[in-house]
Design a protein around this ligand. Structure first.
Ligand code: 13P
Length: 394
């Protein structure tokens, strides 16, 4: 981030009186001549207007994100579930099926890719990023380098990838990416410890600032894992704590809130809790948490599915869109968009059309849920199967 970047006074949130000198050129964090008065600032980076436009286009009515950013190892697990080897050719064939689905852009506004896919083409030689742009889908890129154990914590983890992130992001932008994703996790059964929450929040904030500095809209994703037997109230408590720290550090890092997107977990009971929560209850708890923690300046909330069944993830999203929200409330699902597609495809060329149709069915269902107009009638049994895996790693 250039030190010379101008810091603009945010007139709406300051209480400025005549006679005080402007702090327009003061660096954020430097000592003020008026130490008792807090002045809100927004960074005016060179990409700010573009970031806001990109975020708005991803958060457009009736559309959400297709997440296909599985690392090669995780994509291997998907392929293995239908008896395919984890080769580059098979990964390309699977991603080609997904990204060339005719009509996908009606329901999907962004696609998160793994680095391999960002630089890959179809078997006919068309770049995947061009397939997406042709359908008005914004290409995105997973930029984190995965989770490793966090020393000094209660068996928790932290997310790597800040070293070299600025130069990698600049390269991804050149290749056509316009948004980024960084997923870190918080485990309720492991505590979570204050250290793990702080580390997750700080890492997300540094990543968000670096992404914005390089033209990529950051998706901020502190995934609160479904694991555990705790009640929904406990998830609410942890989610509020995590999001308050995330926003504290986002603000400290001068991240432009209008140019970010969030990817939260829904507030549900732990997967092993004795009672399930209805979509109305999940919506109520989740929206309560978001209203308490997320400023309306944020354009979009794009939920992860986290191991819920396809139908459950859609029903919960639909319940959250029954009344107007200050932000676009939508989806950024991986498992809850891909499960039936994989089962239908089975790696067979003759099944590609049917598999693409099943992707469209899920994408359309979630599009309707974004508009609050989904009805679960006619959902297949496959779509109702839960996908929770204890201790799941991405
Ligand atoms: P799901 O939880 O929807 O599988 O995806 C999580 C994710 O972060 C993918 O980008």
């Amino acid at each position: 981030m250039a030190c010379s970047s101008v810091v603009k006074l945010n007139a709406a949130s300051s209480s400025w009186t005549a006679g005080q000198k402007s702090v327009v050129n003061q660096r954020p964090g430097s000592a003020s001549r008026f130490p008792a008065r807090r002045v809100s600032v927004v960074r005016a980076g060179s990409y700010t207007d573009e970031l806001i436009k990109t975020a708005k286009s991803i958060a457009s009515p009736g559309r959400g994100i297709l997440a296909i950013d599985e690392s090669n190892a995780t994509c291997g697990k998907r392929l293995d579930s239908i008896g395919l080897d984890n080769t580059e050719t098979n990964r390309q064939a699977y991603r080609q099926l997904l990204l060339t689905t005719p009509g996908l852009g009606e329901y999907i506004s962004g696609a998160i890719l793994f680095e391999e896919t960002l630089y890959q083409s179809t078997t006919d030689g068309k770049k995947f990023v061009d397939c997406l742009s042709d359908q008005n889908i914004v290409p995105g890129i997973k930029v984190d380098k995965g989770l490793v154990p966090l020393p000094g914590s209660n068996n928790e983890s932290w997310c790597q990838g800040l070293d070299g992130l600025a130069s990698r992001s600049a390269e991804y932008y050149k290749q056509g990416a316009r948004f980024a994703k960084w997923r870190t996790v918080v485990s309720i059964p492991c505590g979570p410890s204050a250290l793990a929450v702080k580390e997750a929040a700080w890492g997300l904030a540094r990543y968000a600032a670096i992404s914005q500095d390089n033209g990529l809209v950051p998706i901020v994703e502190p995934e609160i894992l479904l694991d555990g037997d705790h009640p929904i109230e406990r998830t609410l408590e942890v989610a509020e704590r995590v999001w308050s720290e995330v926003f504290y550090y986002l603000a400290e890092n001068n991240v432009v809130f209008e140019g970010i997107l969030l990817k939260p977990s829904m507030v549900t009971p732990g997967a092993e809790h004795k009672e399930k929560a209805s979509p109305d209850t999940v919506a109520n708890y989740t929206l309560t948490m978001l209203r308490r923690r997320v400023p309306p300046a944020v354009p979009g909330i794009m939920f992860l599915s986290g191991g819920q069944s396809e139908a459950e993830a859609t029903l919960n999203l639909n319940a959250m869109n029954q009344t107007p929200n200050p932000w676009h409330v939508s989806f950024s699902y991986a498992r809850a968009l891909q499960n039936t597609v994989l089962k239908t495809w089975q790696g067979r060329p003759e099944n590609i059309d049917a598999a693409q149709q099943s992707l469209l069915i899920r994408a359309k269902a979630n599009s309707l849920a974004q508009l609050g107009k989904y009805s679960a009638q006619g959902e297949s049994d496959e779509a109702k199967k839960g996908m929770f895996v204890k201790g799941y790693t991405y």
